[in-house]
Design a protein around this ligand. Structure first.
Ligand SMILES: Cc1cc2nc3c(=O)[nH]c(=O)nc-3n(C[C@H](O)[C@H](O)[C@H](O)COP(=O)(O)O)c2cc1C
Length: 290
């Protein structure tokens, strides 16, 4: 008999709807000692860029009562090393959980190059296109802030793979539902909402708490923001595959997203604070009947 939480989303079978969110569980290997990846619906890897990125100056994370502010700067080993070192580990250790690779770029063509470079690797089920990063050809404005640019990125990626594509959107967009429709029209199979919300905190005096100054807000404060984003997208689209992300710490939080129409949910900050949480969310969802 099929597992009660099992579902098919963007043509892929998931044993349950609970995933680890991009950037908070590395490439799986980093957390495999403390999280049983195989009991989850899937893992979204940390962002992969064409070239290696050292990331931003420390400190990279700062806690505050509503959650966390981070500016990791999309640190990652780059396409070549990820392909050679990280994806083979995932392919040989993660079977029941789906592997979704988060992709980042700084010019529109970068995203498609990373997708093309990873497309033939065993073990990758789908890609998540991180549109919340600065377009160096547009003065650093986010790709996801301009519909034509976001559509171009998705079209270029679509041309390089037949695997499902999720577009990851920022909660700071003025009309997130319109952007979801735009990226769907350009080839996205689904959307992931939400990424972190831009934020800033001072240390003592005038210095920022983060080495980079600005950062992204994650954690509990994002829960109602993300649930509203899912609702808006479901209302306007008449239903499309959505991965709900932001502030999930419990099965009750996950159910907020599921009730709004999300097909999948992903847990980030909470799993960094307590790696037992994702498995507990799966167990409690099973107990609650989804
Ligand atoms: C330390 C850290 C690193 C992140 N890195 C990425 C990333 O590489 N790509 C991406 O799309 N989102 C990234 N995110 C955003 C998360 O995937 C998620 O959308 C956000 O944190 C909200 O979920 P949460 O409240 O459960 O953490 C990162 C978040 C954090 C806290």
């Amino acid at each position: 008999m099929a597992h009660p939480l099992a579902r098919t989303v963007v043509g892929l079978g998931f044993q349950n709807p609970v995933l680890l969110a991009a950037g908070t569980a590395g490439f799986g290997r980093e957390v495999a000692g403390v999280i049983n990846l195989e009991c989850l619906g899937g893992i979204v890897t940390k962002a992969v860029s064409r070239e290696p990125r050292p990331g931003n100056r420390a400190p990279r994370v700062a806690e505050f009562p509503g959650g966390m502010l981070n500016s990791v700067g999309l640190a990652n080993p780059g396409l070549a090393r990820v392909t050679a070192e990280q994806i083979p580990w995932l392919a040989s250790h993660v079977h029941a959980a789906r592997v979704i690779v988060n992709v980042v770029g700084f010019e529109a063509g970068d995203f498609a190059e990373v997708v093309a470079g990873l497309d033939g690797c065993a073990g990758i089920a789908a890609f998540e296109i991180n549109l919340s990063c600065p377009n160096t050809h547009a003065g650093g404005v986010e790709f996801g802030a301009d519909p034509a640019t976001a559509a171009r990125v998705l079209e270029l990626c679509r041309a390089r793979t037949r695997k499902p594509l999720f577009a990851k959107l920022s909660p700071a967009l003025p009309d997130i539902a319109a952007m979801a429709l735009t990226v769907r029209g350009a080839g996205a199979d689904g959307v992931s909402v939400v990424n972190t919300m831009p934020g800033y905190l001072y240390a003592d005096g005038d210095a920022p708490r983060l080495g980079n100054g600005n950062g992204g807000v994650s954690g509990p404060a994002l829960l109602p923001v993300g649930v509203l984003a899912v609702r808006k997208i479901m209302d306007r689209s008449g239903g499309m595959p959505v991965m709900g992300v932001g502030g999930i710490r419990s099965a009750e939080d996950a159910r907020q997203y599921l009730r709004a129409g999300a097909a999948l949910v992903a847990i980030g900050t909470a799993a960094m604070c307590d790696p037992r949480i994702p498995e507990r969310v799966v167990r409690d969802l099973e107990r609650l009947g989804g």
